[in-house]
Design a protein. Structure first.
Length: 323
């Protein structure tokens, strides 16, 4: 890739997280995606299993200032198709100079190379996301041949509103997180999400790093419904302190909600969610947030709306077939 004069390009490293955090903050101020991360949060993300920074990342620099980045992530397993996820941005002060198009073309090329190297037996797609209100990102992606594939809602709920009390059926137990159930929780999550669009089973180490092993995970605010030692339903919650620092609002993010098939239709997720919301309000959280697939097959959207969540933003997942 031929970058403009004065722009240096190289892979992302752990030593770059402070500059990367500054770029993220500038992006959030301009795009308003509701995502604020500290350098520590970003460092954790870079150290998750399966990310090859040397082959799957790029940073753009003007002097000692990071003005753009791109990351390409390959799935560790394939269910139907191989979706190679791309993520990146150009600093708002450097937009509309063609850098975004060059960066996206680099990611498409690298996505194709990594797909061929890892899962050539499956159809390959480059995947990218954008808020429906981000006209610039949408035009960029569509101009490169990406097509809308799936829609997701970012939902929020104020916690100064009453939360309904929901009982669990006799014989089941509603409890907060306990590390003794970690493996049962992983198994429950894999089963609950196996019929969700785009989901592929991560390795146990990657699953842990994204959930109970994350620095943002809040075990005391996470609740499960147990049938003996079996995790029947669960709600995993997270808190990003950097987000509170920027917004002034302490938000509990409900990152993972699921119910095993044999236990669906009994209101277990509703009971666990209601408990998590009520306890979050008592703990001083001011707002709860979550993301949901607009076509979620389990009826999650209706569940969240019934508990008082409202849609704040719509995000679009775009896909491009890889040659």
């Amino acid at each position: 890739m031929n970058w403009p004069d004065g722009i240096a390009a190289r892979p992302l490293t752990l030593d770059d997280v402070e500059a990367w955090a500054e770029l993220h903050a500038a992006k959030e101020k301009a795009d308003q995606y509701g995502e604020n991360f500290s350098a520590e949060d970003l460092a954790e993300d870079l150290q998750r299993p399966g990310l090859d920074l040397e082959r799957g990342s790029i940073t753009l620099w003007s002097g000692d200032r990071m003005i753009g980045y791109g990351i390409v992530r390959v799935a560790q397993a394939v269910v139907d198709v191989d979706r190679v996820h791309t993520d990146g941005t150009i600093h708002p002060e450097w937009r509309r100079r063609g850098l975004g198009t060059l960066l996206m073309r680099w990611q498409i090329d690298r996505a194709g190379e990594l797909h061929t190297a890892t899962h050539p037996e499956a159809p390959g797609y480059a995947a990218a996301g954008a808020a429906s209100t981000n006209a610039g990102a949408t035009a960029l992606l569509q101009g490169l041949g990406f097509k809308p594939e799936r829609y997701f809602f970012d939902m929020r709920r104020r916690l100064d509103q009453p939360v309904p009390e929901v009982a669990v059926p006799d014989g089941l137990q509603l409890t907060s997180y306990d590390a003794a159930h970690d493996e049962e929780l992983r198994i429950a999550h894999y089963e609950a999400f196996s019929d969700h669009w785009g989901w592929t089973p991560p390795t146990p180490d990657l699953w842990r790093s994204r959930s109970i092993g994350s620095r943002a995970f809040r075990g005391t605010q996470s609740y499960y419904v147990l049938d003996g030692e079996t995790v029947a339903s669960y709600v995993n919650c997270f808190e990003w302190e950097a987000d509170t620092e920027v917004t002034g609002v302490r938000e509990l993010y409900i990152g993972q909600v699921g119910t095993r098939r044999a236990y669906r239709g009994r209101g277990l997720a509703r009971a666990a969610l209601a408990k998590a919301l009520a306890e979050a309000a008592q703990a001083g959280y001011q707002r709860a947030a979550l993301g949901v697939d607009a076509d979620n097959p389990t009826g999650a959207l209706g569940l969240y709306e019934n508990l008082g969540f409202t849609t704040q933003q719509k995000f679009v997942n775009f896909q491009l077939p890889l040659a």
